[in-house]
Design a protein around this ligand. Structure first.
Ligand SMILES: NC(=O)c1ccc[n+]([C@@H]2O[C@H](COP(=O)([O-])OP(=O)(O)OC[C@H]3O[C@@H](n4cnc5c(N)ncnc54)[C@H](O)[C@@H]3O)[C@@H](O)[C@H]2O)c1
Length: 236
C-alpha cells in the first residue's frame, strides 16, 4: 500500500496513534504535516492547532495547503479522555470532551473539504473508538463523542463521496499511549480482563488500517465505514 505523491495532514500527530500514522504514511511515500496543540517530537514538519477553535483550524489548514501544496488525506487523531461518572461529571468536563473529540472533527473536516472537492480526490480518516459502540463506565462523555464521530463520518461520506472524497473511521480498542497511561489501574485491569486478545494494542498496530483507508486501490471502495482494530473488544 503506497501513498506516493499524496499530501497528508495528521491532526493530533504529536500523540501516540497520530505519530504512528504519520510515520506509516511517510514510509509509504506521503508528504506529511503534523498538526497538534503541543509540539511534535517526530521527524515531520508540524503546525500548531487547537481543534476546538475555528480560526486556529482554518489557519492550520491554510498552512498545510501552503506547505504541502494541497491536502489529499486528512487524519483526525486529536482527542482527550478523562474519567468521571455521570452522577459527578461537571458540565465543563462534558463540554470539553465533546468540543475536542467531536466538534474538532467537524471543524477540521469542514476546513479541508473545499480543497478536496476542488481537486476531485480526498480521503478523510477519523479516529473514533470502540467505546463509541460499546460504552464504558466513567467514560460516557467520551463514548458519546466517539459515537458521534461514527455517525458524523457516515453522514459526511454520503455528502461528499460523489465528489471523490471518501470519509471513513477507525474505532480502535485500547492502545498503549499517554491517553491510556493516565487511566485508573482498576479500569485498565477490567478492560484487559475482558479483551479476547488479553492485551492492549500498540500504535503501530493501528496505523496500517489508516494506510489502507488512505491508499489507492486499497481504500477505493470504503465509504462511511468504521474499521475495528480492537483486540476483540467489540465484534460489530
Ligand atoms: N489510546 C487509546 O486507547 C485509544 C483508543 C481508541 C481511540 N483512541 C483515540 O485515538 C486518538 C489518538 O489518541 P492517542 O491514544 O494517540 O492519545 P494521545 O494523548 O497520545 O494523543 C492525543 C493528541 O491529541 C492532541 N490534542 C488534544 N487536544 C487537542 C486540541 N484541542 N487541539 C489539537 N490537538 C489536541 C494532544 O496534544 C495529543 O498529541 C484520540 O482521538 C483517541 O480518542 C485512543
Amino acid at each position: 500500500m503506497r501513498l506516493d505523491g499524496r499530501r497528508a495532514l495528521v491532526v493530533g500527530g504529536a500523540g501516540g496513534i497520530g505519530a504512528a500514522i504519520a510515520a506509516c504514511f511517510a514510509d509509504a511515500g506521503a508528504s506529511v504535516l503534523v498538526a497538534d496543540q503541543r509540539p511534535a517530537a517526530g521527524p515531520h514538519p508540524s503546525v500548531s492547532v487547537d481543534v476546538t477553535d475555528e480560526g486556529s483550524v482554518a489557519d492550520a489548514v491554510a498552512e498545510a495547503v501552503h506547505r504541502l501544496g494541497g491536502v489529499d488525506v486528512l487524519v483526525n487523531s486529536a482527542g482527550v479522555l478523562d474519567q468521571a461518572e455521570v452522577a459527578g461529571m461537571s458540565l465543563d468536563t462534558w463540554r470539553r470532551t465533546l468540543d475536542v473529540d467531536l466538534t474538532g472533527v467537524f471543524l477540521t473536516c469542514r476546513a479541508v473539504l473545499p480543497h478536496m472537492t476542488a481537486q476531485g480526490w480526498g480521503r478523510i480518516v477519523n479516529i473514533a473508538s470502540q467505546l463509541g459502540l460499546k460504552g464504558s463506565p466513567s467514560m460516557a462523555h467520551y463514548s458519546a463523542a466517539k459515537a458521534g464521530v461514527i455517525a458524523f463520518t457516515k453522514s459526511l461520506a454520503l455528502e461528499v463521496s460523489g465528489a471523490g472524497v471518501l470519509v471513513n473511521a477507525i474505532a480502535p480498542g485500547p492502545v498503549v499511549t499517554e491517553m491510556t497511561a493516565d487511566l485508573t489501574p482498576e479500569w485498565t485491569a477490567m478492560k484487559t480482563a475482558e479483551l479476547p486478545l488479553g492485551r492492549f494494542a500498540v500504535p503501530a498496530e493501528i496505523a496500517p488500517t489508516a494506510l489502507l483507508l488512505a491508499s489507492d486501490p486499497g481504500g477505493n471502495v470504503y465509504v462511511g465505514q468504521t474499521l475495528h482494530p480492537n483486540s476483540g473488544d467489540v465484534m460489530p
